[in-house]
Structure formats: C-alpha cells, structure tokens
Write a protein that binds this ligand. Structure first.
Ligand code: PMP
Length: 390
C-alpha cells in the first residue's frame, strides 16, 4: 500500500520520537543476551526469576514435543484440548488454592476474553487510568460503561461507585503491580469499596505472579486478600519464563468464561510443550522461594542506587524501576548511550505511558549479580551526568 498517509504518519512518529523498531535477540533469554549480534547486560526483561532458559523448562517442553508433537490442531473446544493443558490448569489451581483455572493463549487474550465474556452494555467497569492496554481493550470490547479513575485514587473510585447503582453489574479492575510504574494497587481498599457498593473485583497479577506473596501466588496473597478477589488473572510469560496466561476463580466463573470468552473459543489451543514448560515453572516457583527473595533484594539495590544518583524512580516498590526522563526523545537518547556501554534498558514512551512521562524502565532479575548491578549504576550515573546534568 503506497497511500501518502502511511509515509506521513511514520514521519510524524519519527519527529515526535515515538517511532518504534524491532531489535533482534539471538540465543537464549538470560540476564545477558546477544542483541543485534552483540552481548549486552539485560535490564529490560520480565523474565524476573531467570526461568526463561532454565534447563528444566526446556526438558519438559522437549519431552512433551516427543510425546505429543507440536501443534494442537484446533480450538480447545474442538479437538485441541491436550492432556498437558489440563495438567497445567490443575497444577495452577492447586498452587493458587483456587477452585479452578483456565489457560489462555496469552495475557492479552485473557483480559480481552474475560472482561467481554462477563460484562455488557448494562454494566459499568471502573478501571485504573494506568491499567494495561489489554484491560482497556477488553472493556471497550465488552461495550460496558467505561469509567477510568485517576491512578490509585480511592476517593475517586468510591465517588464513582456511589453513583453507579443503576447498572446491572459493577466491576473494579486493576493491575496489581503496574507494568510501567512498578507500584502496587491499593487492593485492600479496592476490596473494601467493592463490598460496600456490591461490585466485582478483577485483578491482573501479570507482574506479581511468582514475585510477591510468601508462596509466590501474587499481590493478592501478599496482602492477605485470598478468597476476596472474584477474578484473578496472570501471565505465564513473565516470572514463569514461559508463555500463555491463566484465569482463576470459582468453578462456575470458569465454566461461564469457557463458554463465552471469544479469545478462548475461537483460537487454537497452545502447543502442549508450552503448557508443559509452564507447569514446570509453577513447580519451580513453589519449590524455590530463594529466587524471589534474591529478585526483591536486587530490586531494592537497583532502586536505592538509582535514587542515590538523583533519579526519580516514581512510586516503584517492585522489580520494575522506572527512571523518569519526561521527554521521549531524551529517553531514547539515554537508552542508546546505555547500550553503547553494553547495558540494555528500554525507553518507554507514549502511548504506553502518559505524554510527558517518558521513562527508562529498568527491571531487576534474580540472576543479576552485584557486579551486574554495579555496572548498571555506573553507566546510569555517567549518562545521567552527561544528558541530565545530575
Ligand atoms: N497484563 C499486564 C499488566 C501486562 O504487563 C501484560 C504484558 N505486557 C499483559 C497483561 C499481557 O500479557 P501477555 O504478554 O502474556 O500477553
């Protein structure tokens, strides 16, 4: 397609510092990666526990490939529901101490499918302004009234709920750990407001599963709220180092989602090998709490080090440590200069984050050593001095 608008729009993205491009990784995803042919230290992965290249996950996938082949051939509701899908769902339900789990093809598809399966025109959804794009798309697809509240603003949420009694159902939905700010949602207050106003609560644990809670079950566990959140989803693509996503809840809830979620019904089941690797990851998360302890220790060290240099790490409390730059062009330049020093930290720009809040998103991993962290901080200090006069 050669229409002029295409070139114009690309040029506009370029001029605003918002053009995105793909970089290529060869070899496995670890704390060090080969990026466009060059070895760099990776500080932008969600592979928090370092499981993405764990030999045990790989072996599980290989065993499954040999026994079950690769493709699953059809939707899970036709003939694509493989034994490994059921096994993963059972393992997850047991781990999460919840009646039932459903395995989705990705976190994006889970959010889009779950919300639109359960809510419609007669309902209202209250959504934090910084919720993930997949939540926003799910709400739009559901056609429910879409009410955004300012980030973590419980006064505004309470006010909104107070005047929402005319709707048939009310849903409050939030990331538990915000993906670009690295802060927590005030889940206790959300649960309290939901009880007061008769609303359902759905929590996206994408960045908390495997990371928070004594057993790694997520922020809901960490805050002692198990049994009080109606719908929990999370992905297996981040701390679990695998792929796909889960939705957990009551038997009936999952039964309805299974019957209604179009992103579940109308897509081919994930390859068995993916489910088998994810199941192994759940087992490792349960058995190796030292991984998340190390991760949180590393995250604290990164945050403290960046703050000491003079960076604004916003309200981060997690392995996601934003470094606020504000200007998109400057954020990209900062990232490029870090890469020149062999440190890979992505610049995050609008529309992923609000205009004027471009940032570097530094993520810690359990597998980073103290020398790795020192290298990061040294480079951040040097580039910060040069570009921001810190
Ligand atoms: N929810 C949140 C909060 C996320 O950060 C992401 C991943 N970026 C997703 C959902 C989507 O998950 P997946 O990558 O498995 O599609």
């Amino acid at each position: 397609m050669e229409a002029p608008f295409i070139r114009e729009e690309i040029q506009e993205l370029e001029a605003k510092g918002l053009r995105r491009s793909l970089r290529e990784v060869s070899g496995p995803q670890g704390k060090e990666i080969i990026l466009d042919g060059r070895k760099v230290l990776n500080f932008c992965s969600n592979n928090y526990l370092g499981l993405a290249d764990d030999p045990r996950l790989i072996q599980s996938a290989v065993n499954s490939l040999k026994q079950e082949g690769f493709g699953s051939g059809a939707s899970r509701l036709v003939c694509g529901n493989m034994e490994s899908h059921r096994k993963l769902e059972e393992a997850l339900a047991k781990f999460k101490k919840i009646e039932r789990c459903l395995f989705f093809a990705s976190g994006y598809m889970a959010n889009v499918g779950i919300i639109s399966a359960l809510f419609d025109r007669e309902d209202v959804v209250f959504s934090d302004k910084l919720n993930h794009a997949s939540i926003i798309d799910g709400i739009i697809l559901s056609r429910a009234q879409f009410k955004r509240y300012p980030h973590n603003d419980m006064m505004a949420l309470g006010e909104g709920l107070k005047s929402a009694s005319q709707y048939r159902k009310r849903l409050i939905i939030t990331d538990s750990v915000f993906s670009m700010d690295g802060d927590f949602a005030p889940l206790q207050e959300i649960v309290r407001l939901a009880k007061k106003y008769g609303a359902f609560v759905m929590v996206d644990e994408a960045h908390a599963f495997g990371v928070f809670g004594k057993n790694g079950r997520g922020l809901v566990e960490h805050l002692g709220l198990e049994g009080q959140v109606d719908i929990q989803m999370g992905t297996l693509s981040k701390a679990a180092g695998a792929f796909g996503a889960y939705c957990c809840g009551s038997n009936e809830l999952i039964e309805l989602i299974l019957n209604r979620a179009r992103s579940f019904i109308y897509t081919t089941g994930l390859p068995s090998s993916v489910a088998a690797a994810a199941e192994k990851a759940v087992e490792i998360i349960a058995a190796e709490p030292e991984r998340r302890r190390q991760l949180l220790k590393n995250a604290d060290a990164v945050r403290a080090g960046l703050k000491a240099i003079g960076f604004d790490t916003m309200a981060s409390q997690t392995p996601i440590v934003p470094v606020l730059i504000k200007d998109a062009v400057l954020a990209v330049e900062f990232s490029k200069k870090l890469l020149d020093q062999g440190i890979f930290v992505q610049a995050i720009r609008p529309p992923t984050v609000p205009v004027g809040s471009a940032r570097l998103r530094v993520t810690a991993m359990a597998t980073h050593t103290s020398e790795d962290l020192e290298r990061l901080l040294k480079s951040m200090r040097e580039v910060g001095r040069e570009l921001l006069r810190l």
